[in-house]
Ligand binder design. Structure first.
Ligand SMILES: *Cc1c(COP(=O)(O)O)cnc(C)c1O
Length: 454
């Protein structure tokens, strides 16, 4: 028997009581959000028309390294946290690698992903401000599910605009949200001006995240007592997700272990930003060094093939402009892409860290991601979300490199969720019908042409 247990949990009294804000320790701060009309930096007052005031403040906070987690949120966290830090002994054995692999598992709640960590925080501040409800978009459905759970807990109304193709393909996700009391509208819908406009322009469209965001923002800003909430990309979301990294770091400290490589999948960057936060803090302050790797789909390669530029966050161009690694807001991933992580842009904090070469990024093709998912399910027992499986794939690749070199590196990756609602994608893979698609340079040039002229 080895001394390191399969699972390391923190005790309740060891759980973090503050979130960590990486931006406070960054020398080069992420570029500010700009007003889409004037191109001037957004103020708290301006942002407060869209977001709750406290969240608008968190969004713009580049100075406070630690922010207290309110007691009510801590109590909610205790319902499903701490999440375990797992030593992947079975996977290590199956790979025959000298590497020591750990994963932080965020799938142990009904919503099935890490998104609940920010959903409860955003719902809490909305409630505290005396609002009636919140609006949001959801693609695959994890964020909408997490938010409806948080809203049910706090007695807030929750209006979800769900990308039409998912609404139709994932009826079970939709029903989970409705069970928690949310109203779910397929997007684009005739219930908003932007939805009507998009439907006129593209009849028969199956929708996109960017379009659903525009609808949710329109409803929030035109309905008394409502604000808009977003499940990824924003600084505030990375802040709330730092709970993942803080717990992981505390667990490693308890074990007396230091990871060498930290790997996470990257859609909008929230789980990765949260997982690496305290470790990146050490690196920024010159206290310790780590390798950080972002993993993205080859079919939606924001970091590895995108441009670092100001871009629209939504199709309707109503949201603030963000400077980020982006494929252009007109980018739509190929129809055969099944693995999630399909947003055109990336967190502005992670974009700056990547541009400063403080972290790396790789892209992987989806059939190799599902092969990794299958191997993981068969060895470690957990059925991973396709998104999470991007991180699994690269963790396995890194472990295999160790096998060649004989190095016993310690690898940590984020296992962000479970894949029970992704069986259509698994079915395609199991039937041997999954294919890979890599966008051409010409294709990307078309979506880069949608970038705003600054
Ligand atoms: C939403 C989601 C992601 C990607 O979002 P990030 O903001 O990049 O973390 C990854 N994994 C799961 C399970 C998700 O639900």
């Amino acid at each position: 028997m080895s001394e390191i247990p399969y699972k390391t949990y923190l005790n309740e009294d060891e759980m973090p009581k503050q979130w960590y804000n990486m931006r406070a320790d960054m020398k080069n701060k992420p570029a500010p959000l700009l007003n889409p009309g004037t191109h001037q930096p957004m103020s708290v007052e301006e942002l407060s028309g869209v977001f709750c005031t406290e969240l608008a403040k968190q969004e713009l906070n580049d100075t406070d390294p630690f922010i207290d987690i309110p007691d009510e949120i801590l109590s909610f966290y205790k319902m499903y946290r701490p999440s375990p830090l797992v030593r992947a002994y079975c996977l290590e054995k199956a790979l025959g690698t000298p590497a020591k692999i750990y994963y932080k598992f965020e799938g142990n709640n009904t919503s099935g992903s890490h998104k609940l960590n920010s959903a409860i925080a955003q719902a809490y501040y909305a409630k505290k401000q005396g609002l009636k409800g919140v609006t949001t978009e959801t693609g695959a459905g994890q964020w909408g599910t997490a938010l409806s759970m948080a809203c049910a807990y706090l007695g807030l109304d929750c209006k979800v605009y769900m990308v039409k193709v998912s609404y139709e393909q994932k009826p079970f996700r939709r029903e989970v949200m409705r069970t928690y009391g949310a109203s779910v509208t397929p997007s684009p819908s005739p219930t908003t001006n932007i939805g009507k406009k998009i439907l006129e322009e593209f009849p028969g469209t199956t929708g996109s995240l960017g379009c659903a965001i525009s609808e949710a923002v329109e409803v929030a800003t035109s309905t008394e007592g409502y604000r808009y909430v977003l499940g990824s990309v924003l600084n505030q979301v990375l802040l709330h997700q730092s709970i993942i990294g803080l717990e992981a770091k505390a667990a490693f400290d308890k074990l007396g272990v230091k990871p060498d490589v930290i790997i996470g999948c990257a859609g909008g960057g929230s789980n990765l930003g949260g997982l690496i936060a305290p470790f990146m803090g050490q690196k920024l302050r010159g206290e310790a060094d780590y390798r950080f790797i972002a993993v993205e789909p080859a079919s939606c390669p924001s970091f590895t093939r995108g441009k670092y530029a100001y871009d629209f966050c939504d199709t309707g161009k109503v949201c603030p402009l963000a400077k980020m690694y982006t494929l252009g807001s007109g980018f739509i991933p190929s129809a055969n892409h099944a693995g999630g992580l399909r947003y055109h842009g990336m967190s502005s904090t992670l974009s700056q860290l990547y541009d400063d070469k403080l972290m790396e990024a790789v892209s992987v093709e989806q059939t190799s991601v599902f092969e990794a998912a299958q191997k993981f399910a068969r060895t470690e027992g957990i059925l991973p979300a396709p998104e999470s499986s991007h991180a699994i794939k690269v963790a396995m690749d890194e472990a295999m490199k160790c096998k060649e070199t004989g190095e016993a590196k310690t690898i940590l990756f984020g296992l962000t969720g479970t894949g029970y609602f992704d069986m259509v994608a698994y079915q395609k893979f199991n039937d041997g019908e999954m294919t890979d698609y890599i966008p051409t340079d010409e294709g990307l040039a078309k979506s880069f042409a949608t970038l705003p002229q600054m």
